[in-house]
Ligand binder design. Structure first.
Ligand code: NAI
Ligand code: MG
Length: 352
């Protein structure tokens, strides 16, 4: 089998960690022997935008649509406003390919120190609605620059959009040992869209009697994540809320440099996109010290999606041996470089 993977390293440390992830994937494919990767690299980055005025060239998405998966680094540059880089590249792909389910597992890997007490109890999957809600881009500004300027940022929540993400979350909860799903909204203060979220959740819940459910307001769930991590399993929340909760989850699990994400189009009409959750990290870009573990764990999710379960398990085990070995980058308190870590995991994979 050959898997055609589009690689978009993007900006900053995105290029460093995706380069590392590709090496690891090549080593794995070689070890497994029954599949190969056909990687095609796309230079869609802020540099391209500055040079040529576009992140994605004409016909780019049509081309991308022909791949089995997308392996993405990060986008963001000090030369381009963040709302432009995000919308022109990452969101253009997520929304263009209807990748409505964003999946973010969080767990403390062996040997990783979390500053949180009882962090070993963290074993969560955060499901983020990824196609509408607060990031619909709906709104505008009037009286620009004047003292009475007003801006609106109006969320859009559709029954269809809510129902499909809840159903996805229930399926995810059902597939895990604890079968528990927590609904997170803010339906006390926001009385339209959030109330609809709650209502549809309880409708869909009837189809999954074996999943135990509870609900929490988004502010309250942050304290629960810190104080009672063992009480959460799968969490479903809106685009904005889950964006914030998943960064918190990553930090509580040790470092932003470890956490992976899948942007899924569950119906597989379009390719899904896999990326570490971190950004381009201006402060450490170009120094060769970025933690590539997030891009490795991301590769595990991509392998699962491609149906390479054995290789996915092999890679996850190698990642855990790596973190347990104490060879760690600076964000985890170590002194190893991206290259050191990549070399170590590749030779571990080869020797297994
Ligand atoms: P960031 O994730 O790039 O960095 C936050 C902090 O975490 C920095 O101190 C950074 O050094 C550290 N960090 C992140 N990943 C790391 C890794 N792999 N190893 C070691 N340390 C790591 O977030 P920030 O600084 O808010 O954003 C920088 C740029 O990235 C902005 O332009 C932002 O818009 C963009 N961004 C892009 C994302 C994406 O493409 N999915 C996600 C988040 C931010
Ligand atoms: Mg975020």
């Amino acid at each position: 089998r050959t898997h055609n993977v589009a690689v978009i390293p993007g900006d900053g440390i995105g290029t460093e960690v995706i380069g590392a992830g590709k090496k690891v994937l090549e080593a794995l494919a070689k070890k497994n022997g029954d599949f190969t990767f056909n990687f095609e690299e796309f230079d869609w980055s802020s540099q391209r935008y500055l040079d040529q005025g576009q992140y994605i060239p004409e016909g780019g998405l049509e081309k991308l649509a022909t791949f089995d998966a997308i392996y993405f680094g990060a986008v963001g540059s000090q030369q381009v406003p963040d709302h432009i880089s995000l919308w022109e590249l990452r969101l253009a792909i997520c929304q263009g390919f209807d990748q409505y389910a964003n999946v973010r597992p969080a767990r403390v890997l062996p040997g990783v120190n979390s500053r949180l007490q009882h962090a070993d109890k963290i074993d969560w999957v955060i499901i983020r609605e990824n196609s509408e809600g607060e990031y619909s881009g709906n709104g505008g500004r009037v009286h620009r620059g004047l003292p009475d300027e007003v801006a609106t940022e109006v969320s859009i929540f559709s029954r269809k959009g809510i129902e499909r993400i809840h159903r996805f979350a229930f399926e995810m909860a059902q597939s895990r040992p604890r079968k528990q799903l927590t609904l997170v909204t803010k339906s006390n203060a926001q009385r339209h869209g959030m109330v609809l979220w709650d209502e549809i959740f309880f409708e869909v819940a009837k189809e999954y009697p074996d999943v135990s459910i509870d609900r929490e307001l988004v502010d309250a769930v942050t304290t629960r994540m810190v104080l009672k991590p063992e009480t959460l399993d799968v969490v479903v929340a809106t685009n904005l809320h889950a964006d914030i909760l998943s960064d918190l989850a990553a930090a509580l699990s040790g470092s932003l440099g470890i956490a992976p994400t899948a942007n899924l189009n569950p119906e597989r009409q379009f390719p899904s996109m896999f990326e570490p959750i971190h950004g381009s990290a201006f402060d450490i870009a170009g120094q060769g010290i970025a933690n590539p573990v997030g891009s490795f764990w991301t590769a595990v999710m991509m392998l699962e999606h491609l149906g390479e379960q054995l290789a996915a398990e092999r890679l996850m085990a190698a990642i855990e041996r790596l973190t347990a070995s104490g060879l760690q980058t600076k964000d985890l308190g170590g002194t190893a470089t991206t290259h050191d870590v990549t070399l170590a995991i590749c030779s571990d994979i080869e020797s297994q």
